[in-house]
Design a protein. Structure first.
Length: 355
């Protein structure tokens, strides 16, 4: 369920302008202030975020983060509580699923074996071959943002020390070794740091100082149009990220995963058995806790085909994708919120007891 195994089929409505995208286009023609004031604040924020993302001259994925964070805030951030339990979902951008070591450069070589994956046979292909790889990546990541006015990025001169990039956001002016190092470092990062993840925090009245936390949804966001041709790349990244989430939490059995490309998206679920496990000593980020050992009430089950699951599956029949700001997307988002509760029922208030 929720696991695309062939090319995604284009949704019939995907090529049509949605109401907010119509507004976005109208902004370019100085829409009357009366019309703007008629929108509620949430609609206005989303419209302006869509405007920035769709008009970005470099067509990057980063401007879509604002659009999606607003969407997550509306549909997937509800706090639930009853007399005994309060459950708080929180969104984390660029949250690392492994433990990184922040050490001075002089210590890097000596302590390399203490950082990230120690199992060479399992994750050797992910390890940088030289410090240059991460240096190049960080230099590129800290470059100045693209201009806000729609002019060609090629007409701008790069600030001193900046690595210029082409329209595909790959660095330019690098030799073959440097470019390979950059690509390798970016690949490593993509398997360990999702664009967003949702972590559910649960507090109980009988043990108010103990907070049970669990990652229940991973999100990868790509530039508009990416899902049409390279959806398998996104799926691969999500599965590699899920491996590390499962390794960190032995009670986690199933993860929600959302892949987005601009305003388009689809949902799948990744079960522990779907991915090869990391070896016990291959990641230093997991440390057992008392809750892991003693509290069997928070174990995830393998949810079956519930009514909610079946209804959500129907939206992605034949591997269709949905588009933000459509009725289908809104309905599916509400069902997704309910489905995530089913995946970890022990971390949510009883359905009949919620306020």
């Amino acid at each position: 369920m929720f696991a695309p195994d062939r090319m995604l089929r284009q949704n019939d409505n995907a090529s049509q302008l949605t109401p907010l995208l119509v507004f976005v286009k109208a902004v370019m023609y100085r829409l009357p202030m009366e019309r703007v004031k008629s929108m509620n604040h949430q609609e206005l924020k989303l419209a302006l975020a869509l405007h920035d993302a769709t008009e970005d001259p470099s067509q990057r994925e980063a401007p879509w983060y604002a659009v999606w964070s607003l969407h997550f805030g509306k549909y997937l951030s509800q706090v639930c509580e009853d007399a005994q339990t309060i459950s708080v979902p929180i969104w984390y951008p660029q949250y690392s699923l492994v433990a990184y070591c922040d050490k001075p450069e002089s210590d890097e070589a000596q302590d390399a074996s203490d950082c990230e994956d120690d199992d060479q046979s399992d994750d050797e292909q992910d390890r940088p071959s030289s410090p240059d790889q991460l240096d190049i990546l960080e230099s590129w990541k800290t470059r100045a943002p693209a201009p806000s006015i729609p002019i060609s990025a090629s007409t701008l001169s790069a600030p001193q020390g900046e690595i210029p990039c082409d329209s595909q956001l790959h660095p330019r002016g690098l030799n073959t070794k440097q470019r390979s190092a950059f690509i390798a470092a970016e690949k490593i990062r993509s398997t360990r740091i999702p664009d967003f993840l949702r972590m559910l925090h649960c507090m109980r009245e009988d043990a108010v100082k103990v907070i049970d936390s669990r990652v229940d949804l991973l999100v990868e966001i790509k530039p508009a149009g990416f899902l049409r041709t390279k959806w398998h790349v996104v799926i691969g990244q999500l599965h590699q990220q899920a491996r590390r989430a499962f390794h960190n939490d032995p009670h986690l059995q199933v993860l929600g995963a959302l892949a987005a490309s601009g305003p388009e998206w689809f949902y799948l679920e990744i079960r522990r058995g779907d991915v090869a496990p990391l070896k016990a000593n291959s990641d230093s980020s997991y440390q057992p806790s008392d809750a892991d050992v003693n509290d069997s009430s928070i174990l995830s089950s393998h949810p079956g085909d519930t009514t909610i699951a079946a209804a959500l599956t129907a939206f992605f029949a034949n591997n269709e994708i949905l588009v933000l700001d459509t009725q289908k997307s809104d309905r599916a988002s509400k069902l997704l919120a309910a489905r995530l509760k089913e995946l970890n029922p022990g971390l949510w208030p009883s359905e009949g007891d919620e306020d």
